[in-house]
Design a protein around this ligand. Structure first.
Ligand code: ARG
Length: 597
């Protein structure tokens, strides 16, 4: 290793960010060069049992078996065709009946650590994954005039993490908050606003008051038929463009958007667009017309519906795209939204985050869109309904307050910060209060966020303060603490982890602890790949947790600040890169990291 012109450690060889992806490509072309049937062989590269190497190509077995060939001989042919340079990167061997094992050479590990020395360089390494792809991510997307409660947090934090991850991996990300700002609830809201509102309460807590107004109006319609008529009349007036009702509708939307914003700010969430359902009002006729002309939609009991004869359920369960009273619904606006995102945003991929209960809606939406776009010769973007499970209380039932109401998100966040403040004060009473408050913000909000991200999003999970705030286990406090621990190693040595001088002259990893940690660091590329391919942030969480564990093992076994300059430099290099990958990873998940805690 030597220091390059820009002061970065630069290896004598260039090493790609995603070594595994390059290896897979190299094995595939070697197989072709060796004369294996094109298209019939896939390398099937896996992470190997660490005793045998880093990666294992298993594809030879199936290929040879199907052709009654000797798998070891086939593996030998592929090996012979591998470029010589690959053996500088890997130690290569054949094991068992014909597995090909690859072990990263210590010099490769060193080269990778030298090359990916900043968040910017990690990002440029990862950028090839989604370069040139435009993703529209529809997340959070709450309904107007309703409080945000605990259940809303999943879409927010998973959505934010997905946006950051995709952008880090090179995608152009368009973040769209598809607010539910149109619908029959506005009849009650407008009538209630006119007759039941309390201005002082509205000023103090708009969402609380709007929710109260809505509930009171709803109750009144049930006891008084005259109110029901009045509510209907308000809705009709709004839909036909009455100026007063439109102004009230705007006002109610503004009040609730403002209230949402304060939580978005606290959670560090932002959007490029907030195109709510109402934005599509003038784009619905085209949907009805085109789907009808395509023969996809037809009248059924006055409604416009789409059936999917090839589907076991949707051949009889209709996708209602216009209600029998002629009004639009969730399906109408979502179809128009698909078109807008494809044509206006030129999306290559669209991801919509909601809980799993909307699975049928999105399946029908996608089936319908596919046929519609095919019929009209439009380009079809990829689509993913990024769905998630529910948050449960410790009793295993939907999480609620003691009185049985949903827990407000703001109250949950406030409690998280308060609890974190008590913890920090207990651990580090010597820190000034302002700093303890700052740490509590990062730890408390980080803990709530991380608890959500660390679970496979498809599952429900049980929310427990004790678990999410624990300093042990796969939690935010544990990982944030791991970061500060590495920072303190540098602080005590009077060094800056980002300064190449601290790590100049580093030699390749040697001890088991050094080697295992270096291999884990190189694996960051693979985990980014997996996390973005499945849009499941828990893969990154698990990786960061394991990385922190490898670091602890290394740190317990190998003293960092030793006399021998090369050994000290390489251990500091491992510390610096662990810090970099931990901080980069946590920031991708939306957590704020700390210098001390
Ligand atoms: N407002 C909806 C809800 O609260 C979520 C909207 C998700 N986005 C969409 N394009 N359907 O359930």
């Amino acid at each position: 290793m030597r220091a390059g012109g820009d002061g970065r450690l630069s290896g004598w060889m260039h090493v790609s960010f995603n070594i595994a992806a390059d290896l897979e490509a190299a094995v595939l072309s070697a197989a072709q060069a060796a004369g294996l049937e094109p298209g019939a062989f896939a390398p099937e590269l896996r992470a190997a049992d660490p005793r045998h190497g880093d990666f294992q190509a298993n594809g030879v077995l199936g290929y040879a078996k199907a052709r009654k060939l000797n798998p070891r001989a086939v593996a030998e042919q592929i090996l012979a065709a591998l470029p010589a340079s690959l053996r500088e990167t890997f130690e290569v061997g054949i094991a068992g009946p014909g597995f090909i094992n690859f072990r990263l050479q210590p010099s490769t590990l060193l080269a990778w650590l030298g090359e990916y020395d900043s968040a910017a360089h990690l990002k440029s390494g990862a950028a090839s994954l989604y370069q040139g792809q435009r993703y529209v991510v529809d997340f959070s997307s709450p309904n107007t005039a309703k409080q945000l409660h605990v259940g809303h947090i999943r879409g927010m934090v998973i959505g934010e993490a997905i946006c950051r991850l995709l952008a880090f991996c090179g995608a152009e990300v368009i973040r769209d908050n598809h607010i539910g700002d149109w619908g029959t609830q506005f009849g009650k809201l407008i009538w209630g606003y006119k007759h039941l509102r309390n201005d002082a309460a509205l000023a103090a807590d708009p969402l609380e008051e709007l929710e109260r107004i809505y509930k009171a109006a709803d109750a009144a319609t049930k006891t008084d038929p005259a109110v029901l008529d009045a509510v209907r009349a308000e809705l009709v007036r709004l839909q036909s463009g009455d100026a007063e009702n439109l102004a009230l509708w705007h006002k109610i939307n503004d009040l609730s958007a403002h209230a949402f914003d304060s939580i978005y700010r606290e959670l560090g969430i932002h959007f490029d667009h907030q195109l709510g359902e109402s934005f599509y009002n003038d784009k619905l006729q085209q949907v009805y017309d085109e789907l009808t002309a395509a023969g996809l939609a037809g009248e059924s009991q006055g409604a416009l519906v789409v059936f999917h004869p090839e589907h076991p359920r949707f051949k009889t369960q209709p996708f209602i795209i216009r209600k029998s009273d002629g009004a639009s619904n969730y399906a109408s606006t979502d179809l128009a939204t698909m078109l807008y995102r494809t044509e206006h945003f030129r999306a290559d991929a669209i991801a919509v985050l909601t809980d799993a209960r909307q699975a049928d809606h999105f399946e029908q939406l996608w089936l319908t869109t596919r046929k519609w776009f095919e019929h009209t010769g439009r380009r079809l973007p990829r689509f993913e309904h990024v769905s998630f499970g529910s948050i449960l209380g410790e009793d295993g039932k939907a999480i609620k307050t003691r009185s049985g109401d949903p827990i407000k998100l703001q109250a949950l966040l406030d409690e998280a910060v308060e609890r974190a403040f008590a913890l920090v004060t207990e651990k580090s009473p010597e820190l000034p209060e302002a700093e303890r408050r700052d740490i509590a913000g990062a730890v408390g909000i980080g803990a709530v966020r991380y608890a959500d991200l660390a679970q496979n999003r498809s599952s429900d999970y049980i929310f427990s303060w004790e678990k999410i705030l624990a300093f042990e286990g796969n939690t935010a406090p544990y990982l944030l603490y791991a970061v500060t621990r590495i920072r303190s190693i540098f602080r005590k040595a009077g060094l800056d982890p980002a300064d190449a001088a601290a790590t100049a002259g580093a030699t390749a990893p040697e001890t088991p602890g050094e080697t295992a940690l270096a291999r884990k660091l190189v694996g960051f590329a693979t985990v980014l790949n997996l996390t973005t391919a499945q849009l499941r942030p828990h893969f990154l969480c698990t990786y960061l947790y394991e990385l922190a564990g490898e670091f602890s093992t290394f740190y317990a076994a190998d003293k960092v600040i030793v006399d021998e300059p090369a050994v000290k430099a390489r251990r500091l290099l491992l510390c610096a890169r662990t810090l970099l990958v931990l901080e980069t990873g946590l920031q991708l998940l939306g957590l704020r990291t700390l210098a001390r805690m």
